[in-house]
Design a binder for this molecule. Structure first.
Ligand SMILES: Nc1nc2c(ncn2[C@@H]2O[C@H](COP(=O)(O)OP(=O)(O)OP(=O)(O)O)[C@@H](O)[C@H]2O)c(=O)[nH]1
Ligand SMILES: [Mg+2]
Length: 466
């Protein structure tokens, strides 16, 4: 027993010491579904595992701290928290490194991977000292991040927000009408009818799923579409009250309305708060991946939904006395990086417009980010570059085109990216941009996964820690 206590004390002490000397960085990677999180982490881990190999300093030329700090090794180590699934790095590599490569499979749960980097510290007081830095990378679904908005909403506020959402999306989500029909069946002041509630929950889940398919982001409560081990548990058997609110005096604890309220409260405290306390609040840095191409593809509802999403993300919820910005940046999170992913789908000369579009998307939703000049960084990125940009002569003019590793794919020019986030730019993109879903690149086993700008990202997240 003493041994256990001693172990846990030394663990805590060394934990504290590591954090004091910045030996440990926890990085959260999030983004909406299919945004490129798994591809990003796979490529990041692959790059780190290649630290110290020949030619790496040239390939990471904009990660200036790489050479300066004398990094000579990168490896994977056992995760701190043994209860969290390990990020499936080798499975992702198996998919990519085969003869007919495939993209990694979609994921629907949290996972973590811990990396170790060794470098030589040449500061004047410890010249030549060998040092380690550990990076914990957390992959979690964007829906979990959206769920944080619930921390500050009671059941009535949650219901009002979803009522508004359902209203806004009526014309595009076909399952809205059957969902709203339940208003005629459900009796808020009567005792729970298990069968009716179950059917109503199924209809709400169906509505959320359809929203997700359309690329809408306010999919709350997130565990309804990604239940994991909660499948079938009463904690996810409730719905927001989408109809007129019953008289408060008729909301007894045993009525349907009372039960919905108490299940919502249980979800909020046992699922959302737990995620916040156990994982989110411990992060030091946060990377938010955004697929701008997908965003540009939608209609007016997508435009509104993305603005609402960023508003929720960045501006709109208070928890205790802190708002989300304060929480995103403190006590631990000191940097948030917004990255526009899949930038290999455009030519290099369009990257500046993609960057400008990303900034415009984030800041038009939240003036606070723009105004405060907080430590937000924006970048464009391709985690697994599936194309190469080449210059060709077309009618006497030199233009950039994209080529892939597949002989059947002809070089092509996809088109321009609008520099600003507006409905007009969405329309122009949809009319003129030739979007192609690219197959993953052919990579020989042992080769570095081709990427764009991973060195810039490493400089952002590690440069000041080495
Ligand atoms: N061309 C290109 N496509 C990419 C890149 N990264 C991701 N993709 C595409 O985007 C899809 C989704 O990527 P994932 O990394 O699985 O996305 P995710 O955010 O982990 O998705 P979920 O786990 O479903 O939430 C992939 O299957 C690829 O088709 C990239 O760098 N370039
Ligand atoms: Mg994934």
């Amino acid at each position: 027993m003493f041994e256990n206590i001693f172990n846990s004390i030394t663990d805590t002490v060394s934990d504290g010491v590591n954090r004091l000397f910045d030996k440990e960085i926890r990085i959260g990677v999030t983004g909406l579904s299919r945004g490129g999180k798994t591809a990003f982490i796979t490529s990041l881990v692959n790059t780190v595992l290649n630290f110290g190999s020949e030619g790496m300093s040239d390939r990471l030329s904009r990660f200036t701290a790489y050479e300066k700090s004398g990094i000579y090794y990168g490896g994977m180590v056992q995760n701190h928290d043994l209860s969290v699934p390990v990020f499936p790095y080798y499975e992702c590599c198996d998919a990519l490194f085969q003869k007919n490569p495939c993209w990694p499979k979609p994921t629907d749960n949290i996972s973590e991977i811990r990396l170790e980097i060794r470098y030589k510290d040449d500061r004047f007081y410890v010249p030549g000292e060998h040092r380690n830095i550990y990076i914990d990378i957390w992959d979690y679904p964007g829906e979990w991040l959206m769920d944080l908005m619930l921390l500050n909403m009671d059941y009535e506020e949650f219901s009002a927000r979803m009522r508004q959402q359902v209203g806004k999306l009526t014309s595009v989500i076909s399952s809205t009408a059957p969902l709203l029909e339940f208003g005629k069946i459900l009796r808020p002041d009567e005792p729970l009818n298990q069968k009716n509630l179950k059917e109503a929950v199924d209809a709400y889940v169906q509505w959320l799923r359809e929203c997700k398919q359309h690329g809408f982001a306010l999919i709350v409560p997130g565990r309804f579409v990604l239940p994991g081990n909660l499948d079938g548990a009463p904690i996810i058997e409730f719905i927001p009250w989408l109809w007129e609110r019953p008289e408060p005096q008729r909301e007894s604890r045993n009525s349907l309305y009372g039960i919905l309220k108490s299940r919502y409260e249980a979800y909020r405290s046992q699922i959302v708060e737990k995620f916040y306390n156990d994982s989110f609040s411990k992060l030091d840095r946060q990377i938010i991946l955004i697929d701008c191409f997908k965003a540009l593809k939608g209609g007016r509802e997508t435009f509104d939904n993305i603005n609402d999403t960023f508003e929720v993300l960045l501006n709109n919820f208070n928890y205790g006395s802190n708002n989300i910005l304060t929480r995103l940046f403190s006590p631990n999170i000191d940097k948030v990086i917004f990255a526009a992913t899949k930038a290999d789908q455009i030519t290099i000369d369009e990257q500046k417009n993609l960057l400008s579009l990303l900034k415009s998307m984030v800041t038009s939703a939240s003036r606070k980010v723009r105004g405060d000049g907080i430590n937000c960084q924006y970048m464009v990125l391709s985690s697994i570059a599936a194309s190469k940009c080449k210059m060709v002569n077309y009618n006497g003019e030199n233009i950039q085109v994209l080529c892939t590793d597949y002989e059947d794919d002809k070089p092509y020019y996809p088109g321009e990216i609008p520099p600003n986030w507006s409905q007009e730019s969405m329309e122009a993109y949809q009319q003129y941009f030739k979007f192609r879903e690219l197959k993953p690149p052919r990579i020989d086993s042992g080769e570095l996964i081709p990427n764009m700008n991973m060195d810039i990202l490493l400089q952002y997240i590690l440069g000041d820690k080495l």
